[in-house]
Design a protein around this ligand. Sequence first.
Ligand SMILES: Nc1nc2c(ncn2[C@@H]2O[C@H](COP(=O)(O)OP(=O)(O)OP(=O)(O)O)[C@@H](O)[C@H]2O)c(=O)[nH]1
Ligand SMILES: [Mg+2]
Length: 343
Amino acid sequence: MLQGLLENFINGDMRAAGRLISLVENGDPRAWHIMQFISQYTGNAYIMGITGPPGAGKSTTVDKLISIFRKHHNTVGVVCVDPTSPFTGGAFLGDRIRMQRVTGDENVFIRSLANRGALGGLAPKAKEVVQILDAFGMEVIIVETVGAGQVEADIINLSDTTIVVTVPGLGDQIQALKAGILEIADLLVVNKADREGASDTVRDLNTMLDWMPPEKWRPKVLSTVATRNQGIGKVYEAIQEHKNHLLQTGKWGVLRRKRIESHCFTIMENVLREHVDKKVKEVAELKELLEQAREGKLDPYSSADNILKILFSQLENKWALSPVSRAMSGLPISPADNSFFRG
Ligand SMILES: Nc1nc2c(ncn2[C@@H]2O[C@H](COP(=O)(O)OP(=O)(O)OP(=O)(O)O)[C@@H](O)[C@H]2O)c(=O)[nH]1
Ligand SMILES: [Mg+2]
């Protein structure tokens, strides 16, 4: 029963959280309802994104950061958009409840997302999973994503602090990453500093930062050897520094309000896209308008305009938007879900 599941979730049941995440991750029709319900409990977590090229040492760094965060916080959540991470033992976990515990610490919840985005980076449901962990009461949440070639920019849309991990001697890759890195990083970490060229990379990055507009937050450049836990304390301190900067300048509130607004737009866009898709397939009149464009009898603009006019004129009465209006009126999202609601 969804109601029971949500109640258990609110009462801190980890299995319920895992189950809700699975439902949302798998695009279950009840996902909209779940997200709407848990939204009221979100907004308390401090969210960090950690990104960088494959194999840079992101997971090793996160692993070491967790221990430090746990000294200062009751709970830590980790979302790993990476099925090969050491957290999952290198294995793809296909079971429904993938939320795990770091050995011996049940206040650390780690969730691996099965499908990273097509070009690396954020998995399609990463944002929702972060919100669920936030609602579940994780005080800090770390999201690991791979920047495949280009640095993952989506990560900044959900994190308060974005950490870019790189390694010495990437040469061309560094060149390619440079522009992106500076745009998104609040903190730059040159990991594998046990390798040659680390100080060169740190210097290069700092030189590039000199060219940044002065009003922008200047990211610190730190070097680490994550496997030996070297420099991770400094990374933690730099995160705190950035957090304080956000709080003191009022940027944190601005960031969050912007994020909520963009979330509203995403929801509207998704619902509208689904609605348009569905109706254009179902309704002969709309199908015909599309067909006319396809055949070159009508230009695409007039076709789209006419379709939208019809859609919007119908919206208020007989074609109520699903799942929004259904969820709002408390109706099951589809007849098939009746059984789920009854238990
Ligand atoms: N020499 C050295 N090796 C490191 C260091 N940090 C991590 N490694 C190793 O680099 C490899 C990749 O580390 P991960 O932490 O899995 O890197 P990642 O960035 O999470 O990798 P993906 O998630 O697959 O992109 C592992 O074999 C680590 O042991 C370091 O500071 N020095
Ligand atoms: Mg990893």
